[in-house]
Ligand binder design. Sequence first.
Ligand SMILES: [Mn+2]
Length: 337
Amino acid sequence: MIPPFDAIAQIIAQFQQFLIVSHVSPDGDALGSALGLSQALHKLGKEAVVVSREAMPLPCRFLKHWQDPHETPPHWDNYVLFVLDCDGTPKRISAPYSVVENASKIILIDHHRTSEPAFDVNWIDSTKPATAQMIFELLEHLKIPLDKDICECLGCGLSTDTGHFRYPNVTPATLRAMATMIEHGADNARIAFKLFEERSLDATRLAGLALSKMHSENGGNLMWTALSRDDLMDLGIGESGSEGLVNMLRNIRGARMAIVLRERQEDDGNLITSVSVRADAALRADLFCAKFGGGGHAAASGCRLEDMSFNDAVHKVVAGAKEWVAGEAAKAIAAQV
Ligand SMILES: [Mn+2]
């Protein structure tokens, strides 16, 4: 797809106020892209506010502007909404849906292949490894001068979605984008350490527990583990992050799909099951998660199950995964690719 730079530039020129939202359970790409774009808009003399119900993930809190996102949107009458890194549906955005309903114009920028929105501008390109790369290309096109803070935010996004430039989604353009960001002061080594090496004591204990409860199925092709709230209580730790866990399982020799299930309490008190999936791209983790109302990428996806007990959710997902890994669905998809 040809990037709709001109359409976006026209809208930016016509308006003064901009809201930026991204997805629920925001990651470094979602909020890094949003914060990078908001700072760039400030450089153009625009008002720009990032709205996110959920705070910046801990590993990304080295970013200077990590506390900028507002929990609730300002009361503006005539604003442009940027929807980043998601499809803009009420379930996916980490903001009240009124931000979509009240916007004068909506621009969506996303790299997920499950995205099918119909806003004023829809720039969806699943060949891009991260929304941050798309924002970078937009800023270059708009000739907005880059600075260290913008580049650290966008670098955080690129690093998050590429496993710090190790995944197959990395292209020469990704590395050139990062090279430019380093030229403008982004601290590449610090980003790598903060996002992929540093771990809290609680998270390390949690990893120990998760690994001790790990199951190997389908002759070692499927690895999974499940952490209930009781497990966390027993360890005396709170809602500590478990982002790296699913990769630990995925990295086991012979594993084709890895799943981490966690029981979580929502802000409204409801208990839900959040599911992280990593897989061979041929196994299409995104299609697997779509069975449970989720989505993502072929190799990395997620979903959440509500209205059932944690045990029921674990049984449902694990039974589905055993079938998926072993069954005809996987073979049929693999044959098509
Ligand atoms: Mn992303």
